[in-house]
Design a protein around this ligand. Sequence first.
Ligand SMILES: Cc1ncc(COP(=O)(O)O)c(C=O)c1O
Length: 275
Amino acid sequence: MLTPEDAVLSDELNHASIIDGIRLCKANKYRYKHMDLGDLEAKLKEAQKHRLRLIATDGVFSMDGDIAPLREICGLAKRYNALVFIDECHATGFMGPNGRGTDELLGVMDQVTIVNSTLGKALGGAAGGYTTGPKPLIDLLRQRSRPYLFSNTLPPAVVGSASKALDLLMESNTIAQSMTAKTARFRNKMAAAGFTISGNDHPICPVMLGDAKLAAAMADDMLERGIYVIGFSYPVVPKGKARIRVQISAAHSDEDIDNCVQAFTEVGRKHGVVP
Ligand SMILES: Cc1ncc(COP(=O)(O)O)c(C=O)c1O
């Protein structure tokens, strides 16, 4: 899409797949500090000398559950004549009133040019993904996107189930809307129990623990209590910021969520994390 005459501006905490995509791309590369609008603006000014500018950001950052300030990013894009690309893997299907994603939540669906997302998370846990954007761009990608051209197509069963998931979402927003209350229930109860949960009001709820061994040991103890949560540590997250990442699902009942908080509280007490 971009040539050596162009520039891509990327949040420093973007997902590894975006970083690899940018490495494949021949445009000039600018990396701005995580969600730092001042730094993004400085880089946009610097990048005015190039033909096109593309800002690339996760809509929601997968390790922290924080939400990109898309309104402000789109404002800067307008001011400095840039396009906006978002990765919506952690937003498609449940963020925003109709589950259309971070751009719907923040009211900028008409200002984001390109959306990449996955069929492998909220839409059913299968595989594959997609890019949406203006038709001429999609036509170009069909001819020029190497990862798309030089790999096998999706299995029909995956396409069928993802297509059905999209139909269900478009018929009703009940599932998407149920996520807000579930997420708040878990986050509030965990905070009241003494845990630190990072990120915004997103169903990715990272329980911050700091120490890698502690995160792994607590995740093992949670599994013994029938709750499958994963510990993340360096190099997936920065050193000293190990955590257990909990993902709230639309399939969880209030009782499931309460049981999970209860198990965390018992395990946290055992390891001296909470009183
Ligand atoms: C933000 C983000 N982008 C892209 C991907 C890759 O998605 P897929 O596994 O469908 O290629 C992931 C998967 O973890 C992700 O979290």
